[in-house]
Design a binder for this molecule. Sequence first.
Ligand SMILES: C[S@@+](CC[C@H](N)C(=O)[O-])C[C@H]1O[C@@H](n2cnc3c(N)ncnc32)[C@H](O)[C@@H]1O
Ligand code: SF4
Length: 377
Amino acid sequence: MISGTTAKTRLGTYVMNGPCSERALDTYHLILAPSFACNLACRHCYLPDHAARSLAAERVFGLVDEWSEIVVGERGPFGGIFHLKGGEPLLLPYFGDVLDRLAQLGTLQFMTTTNGTLGDWDVVERLNRLNDALDGHATIIVSIDGSNEAVNAQLRPPGGFEKAVAFVRRLTEAGINVFLNNVVHRDNLDDIEPFVALALELDVTQVNFLSFVPKGFGASMALQRPDSVEVFERIQAIWDRGDDRIHSLLAGSLSDVRHAESCGTRTSRECVSGYRGLLYVVPDGTACSCPNLNHPGLEAGNILTSPLAQVHDALSTKVYERIRTPEGETHDRYLCKGETSVPLLRRCDYQDPHGVQRHLVPSELSQGTSYCFSRNF
Ligand SMILES: C[S@@+](CC[C@H](N)C(=O)[O-])C[C@H]1O[C@@H](n2cnc3c(N)ncnc32)[C@H](O)[C@@H]1O
Ligand code: SF4
């Protein structure tokens, strides 16, 4: 049990977006994978390896301080997220020390994405302390790829479902903000609706349905890539029947983006890759803009040889200018630029990532907002 648990206000949903005119995220977001080491070996994993090499603890603590300075200077306190990813972040020997550093600073939001299989009460207690120190600005994303053990085990090793669900229950009991990540592929399409029901039952704040991208280990199951129109229509059907709670759970989905457009509040312009405030750093220090667009030639720099501020400043020239959507063009408004550049996807018509773009009739461009359509954060 968690000591001193009182009723808390949870942070709520998160949609990665920003105004096209500024080419910057509203809430800055540094995604750090200090190591690819993992206790699991999921079939679909987009990582190139699960090697044990890892960024040194001192460099990671330095990144926390440097990111805090950038965020506070450009967005104000809590105007940016420090996101620990991997590999499996709970395996990091300095995981607890990073939490302590963040708690001392009290300036950054915290996120972590975990497979949830190592989340005992001790971990929950540590996260709870951090959440309190950050006034509730902590969000834990737990990856579960099915509404039951059998569907989850299509991608993840057997036995993980109950462990991850138990971790989610401990976190929500402690009053911590929890999201679920769910990778959608051809064989779990029928599970989308039961998964939303599970999310409601677990009382999580948001579900991110991630489209399976055939990269890394996952390249070997390229044929499992689902039809993008079918995924959109299934989630849209749930949205159409859903109430406010369901709409909130699906925050940031394409249905949510389209709903905002139909209300006239904002229109989608392009994906946010290359925008100021969005960085993805991997174990050898390479910094790209996002996990889906980490191809050679699109690096913003390396944090082992340059200060973080210098790498961050290089985003616009070294990344955005190379991938930008030309002015006036609207044909890629709902597409992840990273997904559309995966060679396997470009070669195969049946995995056409442009399908959903052609399927949707875009509304007039007015207040251009840019989103993350992969939602793989
Ligand atoms: C690479 S994992 C790292 C964090 C942690 N080990 C976990 O599984 O949550 C981050 C997220 O990417 C998702 N992911 C992995 N491979 C993917 C792929 N090929 N396509 C889409 N999402 C993928 C995972 O399911 C997870 O939600
Ligand atoms: S998806 Fe996460 S848990 Fe699965 S192998 Fe990759 S890093 Fe590990």
